[in-house]
Design a protein around this ligand. Structure first.
Ligand code: 3HC
Length: 674
C-alpha cells in the first residue's frame, strides 16, 4: 500500500500519510505529497485540501536515516513550495508531534488546525542542524523573532494552545475529531482569497531580542555550532526577502550537515534508542508489573532515586535505620521539590502530590508489598550480602531486588539470595533525580523479564537505561578510573590540577578529573587512617581537604563554592613529586588528551571485547548521559573514530600503554567502532 493515499470528501481533497512509526518524511512520502498536489491542481471539482497523518503522530520530521545518502527527489523544500504555491487552500491537520520537516510542511500549508494535545516544534538543533525546509524563515514571519529563536535554537516543541496564541496555528480542533474538524475548516475557507502564505509576510527586525537571547543562553550554547547558525538564519529572515533568506538557510544547513557535530548528535539520537534494546531479550518479553517501589537508604542517593519514582506517580516506601536519618532524608527530598516549584520547573501542587506517595519507615518488613526494591546503602560487600539475605526472606515472590552499587559484583550479591534471577544492578548517577543515565547491571543469572522490566521502568522514570555486564566499575566508572589514574600520574611530573581540568573543560566536559573529585568528595573510598599517607589523595584527606563540602580539596573554595588554585595543594604535590624522584617537566595539552582520553577509549575497547557493553554506541550513551561528555563529540568511541584509531593507538604506545587487542586490530584494518 502507498504511504500517501487520497480520498474525496465532496469538493475537499483529503491527503493522508501512513508511514509508521512517526510518519517521517522519507522519499516515498515526499513523492506521494508531490503527486497529490498535482492532482489537486488538475481537478476542477476539488476546491481545497487537508493534509493529515494516520498513526500516532503528524510528520515528526525529515527521515534522519536518509541523511548522508544520495538525495532522492523531490526534496522537501520543493514539496513545501508546491503546497504553498497552490491556488487552492491547503489545511494541515495536526496531532501528536509536528516536528522539524513536519512543522515546516504545516507552515507551508495556508491554514493549520491542531488538537490541544498536539505539539509543534523544530528540534533540528538537537541533531546539530537547523530547520532546513523554511522553518527559520517562516516561523519568524508568522510568530516573531523571539519565539522563532526559542523554537529553532533551543528546539523544544510548544503545545498547540501556545502555537495558536503565537499565530502558528489558526484553530484548535476537538480531541478525537481532528479529521472531521479539518474538513469542515477546509470547506469554510475554500473560497477565501487571498490565501495566507507565510513566505509573503514580513518578519519585524528585533536586534535586542537577538542580543538578549544570545546573552541568556551563552553557557548552554558553549561549544555547539548549530545554535549560532539557527540564530543567524532567524536574523536573516528579518532582513532578506524570502527567497534570499531560504538560500541563506540552505547554505547554513549544508554546512552543519557536512560537519562532525551533526554526525555526532545524530549518532547519539540513534544510539540512545538502540541502547534500550537487548540483543537476546525479545522486545515482546512480558514485563513484571511495578506498582510500588521500595528504596533502602535515605541518604543523597536513596533520596534522589526515590524522587524519580515519586515524580512518575509511583508510590515509594523508603527505609532507614535511625529516625533522625530518615527525617533528614525525607526533609531533603521535600526541599528539593519545593526548590523546583519555586523555580517554576514543577507545579506547586506537584510537591504534595509527590511527597504524598512516600511512606517513610524504619522497618525492612514494610517492603513486603513492593514489586521492586532498590538498595542504596554503604558500599560494602558484607553489608550488602547481609541485606539481600534479609530481603530474600521479606520480599514477595517475583519482586525485583536491585542494588545501586557503583562497582561491587552483582553476582556475589545475588548469591546471598535464593532467587538470583530476580537480582539486578540499577546504578544511578549522582544527583540521582537529575542525571539521566541508568546503568542496568546484568548478573550471570538475571532473568530476561527482570532485565526487560528494569529497562522499561527506567524509561518510565525518564532515564536513559544502558545494559552493562558485571565488572569492577561497570562501563562508566571503569573508564573513569583510567582517566583518574592518568591524571594523578601527571601531577607527579609537574602538571597542575587546574591545567589538567582546563583541558577537559575546553574539550567540552562540565568538569575535569580534580573538579569532579572535589564535587563527589575526595574522601570517597579513603581508608580513613590519618597516619597512613601513601598518596596525594591520602595527604589531602588527612588534612580534612575532602572537597567542596569542606571548602577545600584539590582547590580552595569560597563561601559561594567558587574555586581557586590552592597553594597548599601545590606544596603537597611538589613533596610527592620530589619523593618519587620524578623530574619536573612541562606537560602539553596534547599530552593530557593523549594520556587521559585515549586510555578511556582503550578501556572501552576492552569492555566491548569482553562483552561488558553490547555495542560501542552504548558506551557513548553512558558517557554522554552519565558524565556530561559533550554530545557534539558523540561519546568516547565515536570521538575515537573521528580522531582516527591509528592515531589513538600511536598515542597510547608512545605513553607506554598496553593497547587493547580490539582497538589495535581495528586500527590496523582501518576500521571504526560501529
Ligand atoms: N527519522 C527517522 N526515524 C525516526 C525519526 C526521524 N525523523 N524520528 C523517530 N524515528 C524512529 C526512531 O529511531 C525509532 O526507531 P526504532 O523504533 O527503530 O528505534 C522510532 O522512530 C520511534 O521513535 P522513538 O522511540 O523516539 O518514539 P517516541 O514516541 O519516544 O518519540 C518522537 C517520537 C518525539 C517523534 C521522537 O522520535 C523524535 O523526537 N524524533 C525526532 C524528531 C526530529 O528531530 N525531527 C527533525 C528531523 S530533521 C529535519 O526535519 C530536517 C528538516 O528541517 C529539513
Amino acid at each position: 500500500m502507498s504511504v500517501i493515499t487520497t480520498e474525496r470528501q465532496g469538493d475537499i481533497f483529503v491527503i493522508t500519510s501512513n508511514n509508521p512509526p512517526v510518519n517521517a518524511l522519507g522519499a516515498a512520502v515526499r513523492q506521494g505529497l508531490d503527486a497529490a498536489m498535482d492532482e489537486l491542481a488538475g481537478d476542477e471539482s476539488l476546491k481545497a485540501a487537508v493534509i493529515r497523518c494516520e498513526g500516532r503522530t503528524f510528520f515528526a520530521g525529515a527521515d534522519i536515516t536518509e541523511f548522508g545518502k544520495a538525495p532522492v527527489g523531490p526534496d522537501l523544500r520543493q514539496v513545501i513550495d508546491k503546497i504553498e504555491a497552490s491556488d487552492k487552500p491547503v489545511v494541515a491537520a495536526i496531532h501528536g508531534t509536528a516536528l522539524g520537516g513536519g512543522c515546516e510542511v504545516a507552515l507551508g500549508c495556508h491554514y493549520r488546525i491542531a488538537i490541544p494535545s498536539a505539539v509543534i516544534g523544530t528540534p533540528e538543533v538537537k541533531l546539530g542542524l537547523l530547520p532546513g525546509a523554511g522553518g527559520t524563515q517562516r516561523i519568524p514571519r508568522l510568530a516573531g523573532v523571539a519565539l522563532a529563536l526559542q523554537m529553532n535554537a533551543i528546539g523544544d516543541p510548544i503545545p498547540a494552545a501556545k502555537a495558536k496564541e503565537a499565530g502558528l496555528i489558526d484553530r484548535l480542533a476537538t480531541e478525537g475529531q481532528l479529521a472531521e474538524d479539518a474538513i469542515a475548516f477546509a470547506r469554510e475557507i475554500a473560497y477565501a482569497r487571498p490565501l495566507p502564505r507565510a513566505s509573503e509576510k514580513q518578519a519585524k527586525p528585533d536586534p535586542q531580542a537577538i542580543e538578549d537571547f544570545k546573552a541568556k543562553n551563552a553557557r548552554r550554547f558553549k561549544g555547539f555550532d548549530a545554535p549560532a547558525a539557527n540564530i543567524a538564519c532567524v536574523e536573516a529572515a528579518t532582513r532578506l526577502p524570502f527567497e534570499e533568506g531560504m538560500a541563506f538557510e540552505r547554505q547554513e544547513f549544508m554546512k552543519l550537515m557536512m560537519g562532525v557535530q551533526s554526525a555526532a548528535q545524530r549518532h547519539i539520537f540513534f544510539a540512545e534508542r538502540k541502547a534500550a534494546k537487548i540483543d537476546d531479550v525479545p522486545e515482546d518479553t512480558k514485563l513484571r508489573e511495578i506498582r510500588k517501589v521500595g528504596v533502602i537508604g535515605a541518604g543523597t542517593m536513596g533520596g534522589g532515586i526515590s524522587m524519580n519514582f515519586l515524580s512518575a506517580g509511583i508510590p515509594v516506601t523508603i527505609v532507614e535505620m535511625q529516625q533522625d536519618a530518615l527525617d533528614r532524608g525525607t526533609g531533603v527530598m521535600r526541599k528539593n521539590y519545593e526548590g523546583s516549584a519555586a523555580k517554576g520547573r514543577i507545579k506547586p501542587e506537584a510537591v504534595e502530590k509527590a511527597m504524598g506517595l512516600l511512606t517513610p519507615t524504619l522497618s525492612l518488613d514494610d517492603l513486603a508489598d513492593c514489586d521492586l526494591i532498590i538498595e542504596a546503602v554503604y558500599e560494602n560487600m558484607e553489608v550488602k550480602k547481609e541485606l539481600f539475605g534479609k530481603l530474600d526472606a521479606i520480599a514477595k515472590p517475583g519482586a525485583i531486588l536491585a542494588s545501586n552499587t557503583s562497582y561491587l559484583n552483582i553476582d556475589e550479591i545475588a548469591s546471598a539470595t535464593s532467587r538470583p534471577g530476580d537480582v539486578v544492578g540499577m546504578h544511578f548517577f549522582s544527583p540521582a533525580n537529575v542525571m539521566k543515565l541508568l546503568e542496568v547491571v546484568r548478573g550471570a543469572k538475571t532473568a530476561k523479564d527482570v532485565l526487560a522490566t528494569v529497562m522499561a521502568i527506567g524509561k518510565r522514570i525518564k532515564k536513559v537505561p544502558v545494559v552493562s555486564g558485571v565488572c569492577p566499575g561497570f562501563i562508566g566508572n571503569r573508564m573513569l578510573s583510567q582517566r583518574q589514574q592518568a591524571a594523578n600520574a601527571m601531577l607527579m611530573q609537574g602538571a597542575t590540577p587546574q591545567q589538567i581540568d582546563k583541558v577537559h573543560t575546553d574539550f567540552g566536559m562540565p568538569m575535569g578529573p580534580f573538579q569532579m573529585s572535589d564535587l563527589a568528595g575526595v574522601d570517597i573510598g579513603w581508608h580513613r587512617d590519618e597516619s597512613r599517607i601513601e598518596s596525594i589523595r591520602d595527604a589531602l584527606c588527612a588534612e580534612g581537604r575532602w572537597g567542596q563540602k569542606k571548602q577545600a580539596g584539590f582547590y580552595d573554595y569560597d563561601e559561594n563554592r567558587r574555586p581557586s588554585p590552592s597553594p597548599r595543594v601545590a606544596e603537597i604535590i611538589e613533596e610527592f613529586r620530589a619523593k618519587s624522584g620524578n623530574d619536573k617537566r612541562d606537560t602539553s595539552d596534547e599530552e593530557i588528551v593523549e594520556r587521559t582520553l585515549y586510555p578511556m577509549v582503550n578501556e572501552g575497547a576492552k569492555i566491548l571485547a569482553e562483552g561488558m557493553a553490547q555495542r560501542a554506541s552504548d558506551i557513548d550513551v553512558v558517557w554522554i548521559y552519565g558524565y556530561g561528555w559533550p554530545v557534539y563529540r558523540g561519546g568516547p568511541m565515536f570521538w575515537a573514530n573521528t580522531e582516527g584509531l591509528a592515531k589513538i593507538v600511536a598515542g597510547l604506545e608512545k605513553h607506554g600503554y598496553e593497547v587493547a587487542p580490539l582497538l589495535k586490530e581495528k586500527a590496523e584494518k582501518g576500521e571504526r567502532f560501529a
